[in-house]
Design a protein around this ligand. Sequence first.
Ligand SMILES: C[S@@+](CC[C@H](N)C(=O)[O-])C[C@H]1O[C@@H](n2cnc3c(N)ncnc32)[C@H](O)[C@@H]1O
Length: 291
Amino acid sequence: MKQSTLLTDIIHHGDCHDILPTLPDECVDLIVTSPPYADRRKHTYGGVAPEEYVEWFLPISAELKRVLKPEGSFILNIKERVIDGERGTYVMELVIEMRKQGWLWVEEYCWHKKNSYPGKWPNRFRDSWEHCFHFTKQKNFKMYQEAVMVPMGEWAEKRLKKLTKNDIVRDESRSQSGFGKRVANWIGREKVYPTNVLHLATEVSNKKHSAVFPVELPMWFIKLFTQEGDVVLDPFMGSGTTARAAEKLKRHYIGIEIKEEYVNLANAILEPQRMLLEEKAESYSGKRRKK
Ligand SMILES: C[S@@+](CC[C@H](N)C(=O)[O-])C[C@H]1O[C@@H](n2cnc3c(N)ncnc32)[C@H](O)[C@@H]1O
């Protein structure tokens, strides 16, 4: 049964296969999520076999497409594991099948895990990154690039001091790609647009959930793709990181989590932040009334 009114700022307890169909059409602005990776953490929250992964996920992505607003975005954080000495292909297969489902695969952001632990493997090196796929329903989607600009950095001081002839005109790409740059455009600016690589340490303080992403990860995408008051959905909410990020940034959230103990954990983590935000809002409105 679909809800006629949208309930936000709650974490539903249940399987997202069952809960998503209860949400209204086109009600969320952004979906950020990290589903269980195939065959991972079977003992903590049940893994899906790699060969069944795409079939398992497609009904979920179909529902996500239905509940997402036309100009919204979907960020899928995932990583294929190694099986018998080879990387699995189910993530690539999933991207291809989601395109067939009507999603546009706009971009792949890379989450570089700054603090991955050292190790030695016979046929590869330390795994230090994960995919964050960006899907949309249409070519024009909401994106607020200024919200994630970064400081220009030291290179600018040296680079912009000595401008060459090419730097003050538009320097067309030598590979005829159509891309060009005018370095002089950056004189006097303090901030630049970031790259598609996010350098963030993994979350190590939350010992009660085994697969938490850092709060800065959903925060970055929430700033990039939404505005205050918008609605963010995470159908695999775990310990509530996406909800925390949304709340901090004054967005609404909808969460779904299959394990009751994680729903309770997420609510317990959210409670002190909620109280702090309420206190701040009260003291702000008190100050305004005095003025
Ligand atoms: C990778 S974890 C997400 C962790 C989360 N990003 C965080 O920072 O805490 C995936 C979560 O999805 C939950 N889950 C697995 N299958 C589910 C389903 N069918 N519906 C809803 N939640 C599910 C698991 O219990 C687990 O907490």
